[in-house]
Design a protein around this ligand. Sequence first.
Ligand code: ZN
Length: 192
Amino acid sequence: MDTKEALKIFTDTQALLHGHFELRSGLHSDQYFQCALVLQYPRIAEQLCAAVVAKMRAQLGAGGKVDAVISPALGGIPVGHEFGRALGVRAIFAEKEQGKLVLRRAFQVKPGERFVIGEDVITRGGRVQEVVDIVTARGGVVAAIGVLVDRSGGTAKFDAPVFSLVQMTPQTWTPAECPLCKQGSKAIHPGS
Ligand SMILES: [Zn+2]
């Protein structure tokens, strides 16, 4: 699956909207992406995630042995689950506790175990870095990071390679500079 096919699926499932939007940051954009809307279809989620795993396998080769997948809750969970299916390994997740991601439910990271981190969307990469820290603090190894959409414009960097299905950096403007506002249209708040 290439970027074009993935974007078509995002558009068909209305995960990717085109129009005039006010984002949570207050900035305006002509594009809005809500990954959960594509992941609500398990068979599509399976396909998209298998495509990321295929990229990962092609690059990591024989040295890319993976023991498990770990994801940040909530958005990363369905992605990690499908990565686990594609890789044939278990998938665990870290969840927020007092604003910080922690490993609960007796999920384990054993010393020397090799992990893939699964996430839906990377913007600045803070949540992924928290998961990297959880794995390495327990002696685990992060072999790769897989995401459906990298919105960082290449700025989110980690000690492990990042594999994404789509790189998509949204165009944003302050309301005063927004060309769509200048044309007289009104920004809407999607998904709230
Ligand atoms: Zn606007």
